[in-house]
Design a binder for this molecule. Structure first.
Ligand SMILES: NC(=O)c1ccc[n+]([C@@H]2O[C@H](COP(=O)([O-])OP(=O)(O)OC[C@H]3O[C@@H](n4cnc5c(N)ncnc54)[C@H](OP(=O)(O)O)[C@@H]3O)[C@@H](O)[C@H]2O)c1
Length: 287
């Protein structure tokens, strides 16, 4: 069975690593905050270097481009020889970071797949993520079994950078949907409509969506326990805006949406679930 070193045990990384272990892969994990590794119930290594040296396949699920750069620079410094190792990064990163990573790994004799995921904590737990993959097609084919444990819809996207670009485009829709749903729900509350009734109508009307299905109960209860944080959607929309600027493509709605999530950050909601954007509308309308 393939031996996998898993790096990053956040909201997504932990259930994904567990699924691989449960599917019979030999998995060891590492996390910056080692307590999370200790509590995970998964075999873990205290040293990043040891993990990378022992394993043939290394999967990273970190926060953003900066954290990915930091961790891989540590790996390159600590491990002289990464020849024949396969690195798979599943973090949502800027496409420039994916291209940089591919270059750095390939010049050292390793292989790299860029494989960001769509879907949140519950699809991650169920092994039902959507995964978009860029990189060498033969390497992709040879590791498809891993993606099939983690996800149910897997798309091969071709060259480095494409998977990350598509993932960011998807999240412009995700952020936009969440924002308009929160705005509409707040509006209904302000208009004095029973909140549950309002959500039921939206779920059977124009609001019908994966996002509303996932967030209906959380909006109703104002339960902002984190699946996908405000900081993460803000990061994704910031990368998307950067790409759009370069392409001279106007993503007008996304620019406004990003600023809404930025307002949520200003209100101290950075670590909360991104449905907490409802609080911005409540504050703006003195609710
Ligand atoms: N949550 C979702 O619903 C969702 C869905 C699809 C895609 N994604 C993407 O998947 C990625 C992970 O999301 P998540 O929700 O699991 O994030 P998260 O809960 O915030 O976890 C982030 C992980 O990255 C680690 N990390 C951050 N900075 C680091 C650094 N400088 N060095 C080493 N480790 C570092 C954290 O370690 P510590 O524990 O030490 O802080 C933690 O293990 C993100 O790119 C996100 O955009 C998330």
């Amino acid at each position: 069975m393939k031996k996998i070193g898993w790096i990053g045990l956040g909201h997504m990384g932990l259930p994904m690593a567990r699924n691989l272990k449960n599917a019979g892969y030999v998995v060891h994990v590492w996390n910056r905050n080692i307590e999370k590794a200790e509590k995970s119930g998964l075999p873990y290594k205290e040293s990043l270097e040891e993990l990378v040296k022992e394993k043939d396949i290394i999967i990273t699920m970190l926060f953003d481009s900066k954290s990915v750069e930091e961790v891989y620079k540590k790996i390159f410094d600590a491990c002289e020889n990464i020849e024949k190792k396969v690195f798979i990064d599943m973090t949502t990163i800027h496409p420039d970071t994916a291209k940089w990573l591919a270059e750095e790994i390939i010049k050292r004799g390793g292989s790299f797949l860029e494989a960001p995921v769509l879907g949140s904590v519950i699809p991650a737990e169920k092994g039902e993520l959507t995964i978009v993959v860029s990189g060498d097609e033969d390497v992709y084919e040879a590791h498809l079994d891993i993606f099939q444990v983690l996800g149910k819809a897997i798309f091969y996207m071709g060259n480095y950078g494409v998977a990350s670009t598509m993932k960011l485009i998807n999240n412009t829709v995700l952020g936009g949907f969440m924002a308009i749903l929160a705005e509409a729900f707040g509006f209904a509350k302000k208009a004095g409509i029973d909140p549950k009734l309002a959500l039921d109508v939206l779920a059977n009307g124009a609001g019908q969506s994966l996002v509303l299905n996932a967030k209906k109960e959380k909006l109703l209860k104002e339960d902002y326990s984190t699946h996908f944080s405000v900081d993460l959607i803000h990061k994704d929309l910031t990368y998307a805006l950067d790409l759009a600027q370069r392409k001279k493509y106007p993503i007008i709605l996304t620019a406004n949406t990003r600023e809404l999530f930025n307002s949520a950050r200003a209100y101290g909601l950075s670590d909360k679930d991104f449905c907490a954007v409802l609080e911005v509308f409540k504050k703006l309308s003195n609710m």
